[in-house]
Design a protein around this ligand. Structure first.
Ligand SMILES: Nc1ncnc2c1ncn2[C@@H]1O[C@H](COP(=O)(O)OP(=O)(O)O)[C@@H](O)[C@H]1O
Ligand SMILES: [Mg+2]
Length: 340
């Protein structure tokens, strides 16, 4: 999937990216973006535009219709290509490496940034491409409710919203909480540092008591900021000689969430059950939850101010989202225009 996109990506011309960005922009208002809308954005004569659209259609980047008018929409793969293109232009990274994880709701790859100093080693980062709109029925249903009449837009919206949430919360928590440093964000994707060590689920640690205590200590730090991870388990915790790092944040909730207590308890339960099964360490779940909450005084009203996005009405959220993308598309393509 992504491999195919990467192969095709190399064959893309600048015009192809403008065409895809034009369709992306148009999809906020149209299910099928009219040919003339695309032309307005891409600035190509119609015959050339149709030729490139046909090429993009054969590469399964776009799909077209002639009824009731000639219009196009992009596939997820094109959305990936647009994000990759933006990162390369911004010099966030310059090369794409191996796919290292395919989760339910994401594809995760290694990427390389060229060193600033000659003869230094390239830096490796992690690119996470969100897939929520495509794979998660729940998420799509939720965003459908937000998107009355714009269902065709729901996958772009859902995946983008998740990437936004994940990047924003990582920026808020890092470096006080131990997680990979967030580096950059575009569309439905984020770039971060490589987590140290390996997943807790794939490791047998020599000092499990120490690691369990360290995980609980980090959970308390997160909680003290008014946040609950809400998908914590041995799969989202990395362990190394230096300690632990927590990944996979898009589904976090704040303590203002009506089920905050239950969700915290479930995270604690997941962690404690893992250490009990694998290392026969027994800890009382209720006592551990109490320990995390002890001494933490959160002003819920202040929290709501700090996380207004949690409180926003869907329509408001969509409106902001739309105006953000406008600016972004302009900026992304300025460079293109200059060197043409
Ligand atoms: N920063 C990172 N460093 C190393 N590996 C990572 C990193 N982020 C994600 N991964 C790998 O990719 C997998 C999926 O990423 P994750 O953020 O957990 O998304 P999902 O929601 O799909 O589980 C992880 O289980 C992990 O193996
Ligand atoms: Mg995960």
């Amino acid at each position: 999937m992504i491999d195919d996109t990467l192969k095709i990506f190399k064959e893309f011309t600048k015009k192809d990216f403008r065409i895809l960005a034009g369709i992306e922009l148009g999809m906020r208002d149209f299910e099928w973006v009219p040919l003339l809308e695309i032309q307005r954005f891409a600035g190509l004569p119609l015959d050339k535009l149709r030729y490139r659209l046909e090429w993009l259609r054969r590469k399964k980047m776009v799909i077209g219709t002639l009824d009731p008018y000639e219009g196009y929409k992009i596939y997820f793969e094109a959305y990936d290509a647009l994000a990759l293109h933006t990162y390369v232009q911004r010099k966030t990274f310059s090369a794409i490496g191996d796919e290292i994880g395919v989760g339910k709701e994401s594809v995760v790859m290694e990427v390389q940034k060229e060193p600033v100093i000659a003869a230094a080693d390239p830096e490796t980062f992690i690119l996470k491409l969100h897939r929520e709109g495509r794979t998660s029925f729940k998420q799509v249903k939720r965003t459908r409710e937000h998107l009355a009449g714009k269902e065709h837009f729901s996958w772009i919206y859902a995946a983008r919203l998740s990437a936004d949430r994940e990047f924003t919360i990582m920026k808020k928590l890092w470096p006080d909480v131990s997680l990979p440093k967030p580096i950059d964000q575009n569309r439905h994707t984020i770039v971060m540092e490589v987590a140290k060590g390996s997943e807790l689920s794939k490791t047998k640690v020599l000092d499990p008591d120490w690691y369990l205590d360290e995980i609980l200590r980090q959970m308390k730090l997160v909680y003290a900021k008014g946040i609950i991870h809400n998908d914590l388990s041995e799969y989202n915790i990395f362990v190394s000689e230096d300690g632990i790092q927590i990944i996979d944040w898009p589904q976090y909730v704040t303590l203002a969430h009506p089920h905050a207590d239950e969700l915290l308890r479930r995270d604690v339960e997941n962690v404690i059950n893992h250490f009990s099964k694998k290392y026969q360490i027994e800890r009382d779940i209720d006592e551990t939850v109490a320990e995390i909450k002890k001494g933490v005084a959160i002003d819920i009203d202040q929290l709501k101010e700090e996380f207004p996005e949690e409180e926003k009405l869907p329509e408001e959220e969509l409106q902001e989202f739309k105006s953000e993308s406008d600016v972004e598309s302009e900026v992304d393509f300025e460079i293109d225009l200059e060197d043409e």
